[in-house]
Unconditional design. Structure first.
Ligand SMILES: Cc1cc2nc3c(=O)[nH]c(=O)nc-3n(C[C@H](O)[C@H](O)[C@H](O)COP(=O)(O)O)c2cc1C
Length: 232
């Protein structure tokens, strides 16, 4: 099995977020499975230019590393979506990647896979940012195993020391079991509201959102309220 870690920190493997995710992925490695780490700030990930071709089901005109990263998400069994808090939210680099993933967020392909969201900060905004990343995971179709928010006021040392790392390991152990046993996790309430929002948006803009409309229609989701039909 393969776990993909997408980390939005410019500190990449040397950062606080990487230190925390390293603990989280230990059980995955110990189980003998593969871990692939990607640092979007070290990749060619350019911002969305809003041509909306992806919504129509056409390829993005920007040729950079985003399509390859999406292919890696499809090829992996699980995802850790992680990043530091920058001004109460994710880094610009991670946000650019998420913006460029809009079609995927509209068409939740990652069903049957599992995800964990991670955010680190110096003391403000980590819960909200972890929640935001967790919501993105659910919108992508992942079963959300959990979210982890950590405070590192001193560089590379979490405020609550070992307790945070121990929590990360426990969550990592659950991620291994969730993936092996194909566990299902209930979607959060916010997700139902987003489903209704997307359904209405896609129905009202069916010409512009041609690709989304076809995807939702095929699955019978345009007629359903929450929860939709099928494995989502
Ligand atoms: C531009 C910038 C903005 C930041 N904004 C916040 C913030 O709003 N709240 C906070 O608690 N920490 C903030 N921080 C601190 C980082 O979130 C924190 O040091 C984080 O653990 C860094 O993780 P990394 O080493 O993986 O990049 C900011 C840091 C930078 C460089």
């Amino acid at each position: 099995m393969r776990l993909l870690v997408i980390n939005g920190s410019p500190h990449a493997a040397e950062g606080n977020t990487a230190a925390l995710t390293a603990e989280l992925v230990k059980p995955w490695r110990e189980a003998g499975d593969e871990v692939v780490e990607r640092y979007v700030a070290r990749m060619d990930v350019r911002p969305c230019v809003a041509r909306a071709l992806c919504l129509a089901g056409e390829p993005c005109p920007i040729k950079d590393d985003v399509a390859a990263l999406h292919a890696e998400m499809r090829a992996a069994d699980a995802l850790v979506l992680a990043g530091p808090v920058y001004v109460f939210s994710v880094t610009a680099q991670l946000k650019a990647f998420l913006d460029r993933s809009m079609a995927l967020l509209h068409r939740p392909e990652m069903t049957g896979k599992h995800a964990v969201a991670v955010a680190t900060s110096a003391g403000m905004g980590e819960q909200e940012t972890a929640r935001y990343l967790a919501t993105c995971c659910e919108m992508l179709g992942y079963d959300l195993v959990g979210e982890l928010a950590g405070v590192f006021m001193v560089y590379s040392r979490p405020n609550d020391g070992e307790a945070l790392f121990a929590k990360a390991r426990r969550l990592g152990e659950e991620l291994v079991l969730a993936a092996r046993e194909k566990r299902k996790y209930p979607k959060l309430g916010l997700h139902a509201a987003q489903h209704r929002f997307l359904r209405d948006l896609i129905q009202r803009n069916r010409k512009l959102f041609k690709g989304d409309h076809a995807y939702w229609q095929e699955r019978g989701w345009l007629e359903t309220r929450w929860p939709p039909k099928g494995d989502y």
